[in-house]
Design a protein around this ligand. Structure first.
Ligand code: TXA
Ligand code: MG
Length: 324
């Protein structure tokens, strides 16, 4: 994984204005040279993503942050020092190097340093910023392996760097540090509790159903199958009811309700450990799609630690969908 020749080739592709899928600790990204508006435009085209949805600029180290933003407030400096490299994205005032194409026209920019040796090697070899959304089609489940990327995007991407399965499994936590008080725009790999411990204060999280951040539609992170959320103790009964009505039901079976005899089309045993659950989440959703399920019955984990990010993604997967 991540052989030196692959890294060099991927850096060449970026310099030539091409698209490179790269592994990060969260999910795979679809990367382009952040300073090349034409390459950035191709990302939107390949993903089928509306151009108003801002992207994250990935950089090699916290010391480069000043090159990409107008100024770095003390809170941002503190969070970067603690969590980079890592699954934390900071939203700051846009620096002039960042084209408006990458920010969806916003005067702010999202920046992070990913914690993955292959991503960091690529960023160093390339020498600039790499703007990268998750490497999936707009609205669907984020890829956590190189195989997912190829299945999802095929030849639309010029080069796929294989860095194995993503460790964290859910996207980065996005924190807006443009105002006096930092706030979480999207829960993710760095937990609210970890942020609060470093900041020494509580931090606001928007309720999942009301997020107004551009690029965060109610329906997102969604498999083909419809997702229905129920109370944990009702998962088995609801699944069997729907299966009896003729659905091909996939079940997210909470470990504490493990009933291997549940009558459903396919069953995923939700891991007991919340980090193992986050790591596996998108793979489970893909797996149930692959098995031909048309309905997925799941429940929400407790919304603390990584459970907050998992619950956010499940709610969005279950959200109202545009026809597609
Ligand atoms: O873990 C991750 O963050 C992954 C890996 C590849 O780094 N990337 C990722 O990118 O999840 P994407 O494009 O799927 O989601 C980025 C989200 C956008 O949907 C948008 O809501 C938010 O970041 N965002 C980006 N720039 C922003 C800005 N200037 N203000 C507010 N939100 C912003
Ligand atoms: Mg995404």
């Amino acid at each position: 994984m991540g052989r030196a020749s692959d890294i060099e080739r991927a850096a060449e592709v970026l310099r030539a204005g091409g698209l490179v899928a790269l592994p990060t600790e969260t999910v795979y990204g679809l990367g382009a040279n952040a300073e090349d508006p034409a390459a950035v435009a191709r990302i939107f085209q390949v993903k089928g993503r509306p151009p108003s949805h801002p992207l994250i600029v990935h950089i090699a180290a916290a010391e480069h942050l000043d090159d990409w933003v107008e100024s770095v407030p003390a809170t941002a400096r503190l969070l970067a020092a603690h969590f980079w490299p890592g699954p934390l994205t900071l939203v700051l005032r846009r620096g002039h190097r960042v084209p408006l194409e990458a920010t969806g026209g916003l005067e702010t920019v999202a920046v992070r340093v990913p914690d993955h040796p292959v991503a960091l090697a690529l960023l160093s070899a390339f020498g600039g910023g790499v703007t990268a959304p998750s490497a999936n089609r707009f609205g669907s489940v984020s890829p956590t392996t190189a195989v997912h990327v190829r299945t999802e995007l095929g030849h639309a991407v010029d080069f796929v760097l294989d860095g194995g399965a993503c460790e964290v499994g859910v996207e980065s936590t996005i924190v807006d540090v443009t105002g006096e008080i930092p706030s979480i725009l999207r829960p993710g790999g760095v937990t609210r509790e970890e942020l609060e411990a470093v900041l020494g204060r509580s931090i606001a999280v928007p309720s999942a159903s009301r997020v107004r951040v551009p690029g965060q539609h109610p329906s997102h992170y969604a498999p083909r199958a419809r997702v229905v959320l129920v109370e944990p103790e009702k998962v088995v009964a609801e699944a069997e009811l729907a299966q009896g009505l003729g659905h091909k039901v996939g079940v997210f079976l909470p470990a504490s309700f493990a009933d291997p005899a549940v009558k459903a089309h396919a069953v995923v045993s939700v891991p007991d450990s919340i980090s193992a659950y986050a790591h596996g989440l998108y793979g489970f959703l893909r797996e149930l799609d692959q098995q031909g399920c048309d309905l997925i019955i799941a429940s929400l984990p407790p919304e603390e630690g990584l459970g907050l990010a998992i619950a956010n993604r499940l709610r969005r997967a279950a959200g109202p969908r545009p026809s597609r």
